[in-house]
Design a protein around this ligand. Sequence first.
Ligand code: UDP
Ligand code: MG
Length: 312
Amino acid sequence: MEKKTVSLVIPMYYEEKVVEECYTRVKNNLEKLENYDYEIIFVNDGSTDKTLELLEEIAQKDQHIKVISFSRNFGHQAAVTAGLQYVTGNAIIIMDADLQDPPELIPDMLKLWEEGNEVIYGKRKSRDGESAFKLFTAKMFYKTLNALSDVEIPKDTGDFRLVDRKVVDTINTLPEHNKFLRGLFSWVGYKQAPFEYERKERFAGETKYPLKKMLKLASDGIISFSTKPLKLVGALGIISIIISIVLLIYALISYIFKLNNLSAGWTSIIVAITFFSGIQLMSIWIIAEYVGRIYDETKQRPQYIVDKKINL
Ligand code: UDP
Ligand code: MG
């Protein structure tokens, strides 16, 4: 019987401190699998430190290792998207480079796959070495996302998962930019199964997800899975109209019965103007987030540019 192949996709952004350890630990775990062949696709997401150099050295010695290198930083989601385009395996595993997702779990994931599950997603039972701030914001984010979105996106999950070839083929047909992959993996359906694990501390180096990138990912998640924020704009409009009618009645009454002097009117005007322009600007901002993404789609630029490929 022909052996099945497991493909790993591992994105790397300034991970020079992690490359060697990641390669050895992942490889050791894959070598132990007797019934599977394997390949590992490392995607260098535009790092200019030693990451690419180290990956090149590894790929020269080891034909299992394939490398895609971007012309610049296109982001974690784009890096995983690129990896998925090149995988040849029957089962595909997406993993972070920093070993927060333990490669020791691969056999358990494969078992769930052999049992017929098609998307096996890691669910974090605990998270070591992550700030209270990150844990709190992550929790709030998944709450908001699920309140807004029609697709159920499991909380406490990241991109660590094993997916069947079939699912990857489906994902590869989706041309959208600003992808939120963990949402898309839910959205496509198929047979889904969670598996719980303890998320470890980063092996070395710093997080490559500063607040700015987290906010971008969060807004991509919400905007690509919900149009409810647009309806919120309508609701805000109605609320402001109601408030303004109340103010109008109040103003008329005080005018007729001369309840107010002129200087008190000044305060209410300022408050009303700033409040309503605040609501308007916020509404425009919400719409702009959608328009910006529509603009990204219409330009039809590629989601990433590959500068170099090794063993591919
Ligand atoms: N990453 C990437 N491009 C980026 C940011 C991150 O390819 O622009 C990779 C990074 O190298 C790592 C994974 O995405 O393999 C997750 O990043 P990180 O571990 O820093 O995120 P955290 O675990 O802190 O949320
Ligand atoms: Mg990490």
